[in-house]
Design a protein around this ligand. Sequence first.
Ligand code: KG4
Ligand code: ZN
Length: 366
Amino acid sequence: MPAQHSPVATGPARTGTVVMGIETSCDETGVGLVRDGELLGEALSTSMDQHARYGGVVPEIAARAHVQALVPCVRSALASAGLRPADIGAIAVTAGPGLATALHVGVAAAKAYATALGVPLYGVHHLAGHLAADLVDGEALPDPLIALIVSGGHTSLLRVGDLARDPIVHLGDTLDDAAGECFDKVARVLGLPYPGGPAVDREAVGHDRTALAFPRPLTGRTDAAYTFSFSGLKTAVARWAESHPDTTIPPGDVIASFQEAVVDVLTAKAIRACRDHGIDDLLVVGGVAANSRLRELAAQRCADAGIRLRIPARRRCTDNGVMIASLGDLLVRSGAAPSAPDLAAMPGAFLDRAQLGVPEPALHAA
Ligand code: KG4
Ligand code: ZN
């Protein structure tokens, strides 16, 4: 059968456009509505509880939960904004990276809404969405800035210019586990509930973070300055727990010492990247940026180094639809061409620009 012309609008959306953002890359179904940097409405539904007994996200369960939650979330976000579907002028959606089954739900829904409403579709990179997480709370992002992304699946130090237009430069990434993954796995070893990051954060409060000196991986003088590795630290904590079954050290001290090792490495390398590149603005984003000790230590070290620190409010650090709507809004206002109407989910998408599925001619013109 010959290909049909898609009714999805292919010209860029204009300023004054209500952008609906859809996020379904993992276990959160998020919808946000943003216009010219202003948050109009939002809704969030999580399937986290359904995964808890498996100790990690089960892709099929996450996908089914997205199917069930997506339309109600769209309705709820619209209701909270006092808007109707016809008011939506563009759709932004996380096209990757993430769980394939979960991404497909959001991308399919976004294409359906874009087609039904006759509005442009913008596929965006999930991690670039994290970078845009707090744009609705005020200030534009400094340009350039150093960004530390710490999520469940990624840990990267980046040099970011104009988020909507410029290529994103990776200064360093993790060689193995992501910081969030390390929190989740160590929490499991130490008998804490899923998700591990928030549990570690809670249990460490008021405990002695100097009780045990866990390793600080890749912090030697000859190690790659901006590269991370967390699997050795995870193993070190597991080995310690195995070989000290009768320890008198309080569990909270072990947890606090582990957490300190992670946040020490993250903040030290982020500050080093700022210094080496002569950039005085650091942005810390992603689920692990909700960690209270990371926030405290980053604030302290940035103040000492004369670096301006920006970390979104805690509830904007973990996955949500507002960050995707914010990034879509940024793309719309920068005059970006919409993504191709046949946008596909890209579970392994590498972060080298904010938009995904950019039509070839638009990419070459950029
Ligand atoms: O960004 P995010 O919501 O999802 C991904 O894109 O991966 O990050 C989820 C990760 C999980 O590993 C979770 O344990 C971690 O963020 N996390 C935390 C905290 N809150 C969430 N880690 C440490 N402390 C927290 N308070
Ligand atoms: Zn995320």
